[in-house]
Every structure is written in C-alpha cells, then in structure tokens.
Design a binder for this molecule. Structure first.
Ligand SMILES: [Ca+2]
Ligand SMILES: [Ca+2]
Ligand SMILES: [Ca+2]
Ligand SMILES: [Ca+2]
Length: 238
C-alpha cells in the first residue's frame, strides 16, 4: 500500500531549507573552532555609521562568510558598514592593526558589485605594511549618497586570513573634512605650496578628486572663478 504523506510527521522541504540556511552563518574553521557570524556579516545587516559618531574607531571581528558575489578576489570573511553621507568631504578609512592581511572595498548606491558600484579599494597602505599589510585610503564622499564599506581579508586562507575564526579587526573612519579647505596638496596648511595644484585643478589639468574637493572653495561641485577668488583671499590671509 502506498503511504500518504502526513503533514506534520516529517519536516517539509521549506522547513529543512530554512534550517539549512540558518546554519550557514555558523561555519567551522579549519582549526575546528566555531565561527559565529557578527551582526554585520552581510550587506543587509551592515552596521550604520552616522556623522555624529565620527571620528569612529571600531574594534570588531571578521565574518564567517564572503557575501559579495561575484567577487573577483577580495575581501573574504567580510563584514559591512553603511554610511548615508551627510557631509561632502574627504574621509580617511583604515584597518591598521587588524589581524592578518586585511583588505577593504567601498561601494556607492548599493552594496556589492551586483547592486552597487565599487568606487575604491585598499589593501596594504597602513604604516608598517608589509608586514602589517592592512588598508588605508583617503576618499571623497558626497552628501546625500549611501556608501557601503566591505572589510575582510585579502585571501580566504592563512597566512592572509586569520587562523582562528572571528579574529579581531580594526575599523577607523575620520571625521568629514569638508571640501573647500584650499589645502590642495593636503599637507594641513593653506599656503603658496598649494597654488600649483589649485591652478592645475582650475584649468582642468588635474582630475584627482581629493585635490578637486580641496580646491572647490564654494563646495558647489565645480572649480571655477569664484573659487579662485576665495582661494586668493584665503591665501592672502594665511
Ligand atoms: Ca560576511
Ligand atoms: Ca592587505
Ligand atoms: Ca597645503
Ligand atoms: Ca566651486
């Protein structure tokens, strides 16, 4: 006799699927230790950053999964932060002091390659790299746009990835340095040494976004004659 399926006696396929998916967040590492997904394991659960929290210095841990598919190379074991930008300016992002060989990607208008655009990547820029091999970058972010920061490791396995799960990482984000400082060479001073770079930007010879941000004295998204006037005035007062 052919038996009838009996609802309730056996977990349905969908229940098994949900159970399987819920277990994916907890994977055992090569060392056999359990990896526990941090709250910001995926794009969808990215930790929000607000301007009032800056400068931010966050001590976190690496994730258990790599969540930006298709991802050509890195970061692996990623975790995510999201910043809905409220100040157009230059920001410094850094993972100096993180375990193993950290790597960083920045997306705008969506998280990951499928829904967002990658606008920057960093790998080994921290002082002391190598061997510390951790990323740091300066980037211009724009008011009104949403950015996602993907933090992870350069490769999925040791020595580039930690040998134990949930190893510590560091994420530092500077306060917004608003555009219009006039400090075109970004040495912290507005003086005669900024003139060449300022003029190169004004004349369209330099496309560097960091220099452009510094030279846009009126913070209106273009470098024009008004900006020259403000720059010269600021220079004379310096
Ligand atoms: Ca992840
Ligand atoms: Ca690195
Ligand atoms: Ca300067
Ligand atoms: Ca301007």
């Amino acid at each position: 006799m052919r038996s009838h399926s009996h609802p309730g006696a056996v977990p349905s396929r969908s229940v098994l699927f949900v159970l399987a998916v819920s277990c994916l967040g907890q994977l055992r590492s090569a060392s056999g230790q359990l990896c526990i997904s941090p709250v910001n394991e995926t794009c969808a659960s990215a930790t929000d950053i607000f301007e009032w929290q800056l400068p931010l210095s966050e001590n976190g841990v690496y994730g258990c999964t790599t969540d930006t598919i298709p991802n050509p190379d890195m970061p692996y074991l990623d975790v995510f932060f999201r910043y809905d930008c409220t100040c157009t300016g230059i920001y410094t992002l850094a993972m100096c002091g993180s375990t193993a060989d950290a790597a960083l990607r920045v997306y705008v208008d969506g998280c990951g390659f499928l829904v967002g655009d990658e606008i920057a990547t960093a790998d080994d820029e921290c002082p002391g790299s190598p061997p510390s091999a951790d990323p740091m970058l300066d980037i211009v972010l724009e008011d009104g746009r949403s950015y996602w920061f993907e933090l992870g490791t350069w490769r999925p396995t040791p020595p580039w990835a930690p040998s134990t799960p949930n190893a510590p990482l560091v994420f530092d984000m500077s306060a917004c340095q608003p555009c219009g400082s006039g400090d075109a060479n970004r040495d912290g001073e507005l003086d005669g040494r900024d003139i060449d770079l300022f003029m190169a930007t004004f004349l369209g010879e330099s496309q560097d976004p960091l220099t452009f941000c510094a030279a846009d004295m009126t913070n209106n998204g273009s470098v024009e004659f008004d900006d020259v006037e403000f720059f010269v005035t600021a220079l004379l007062q310096s």
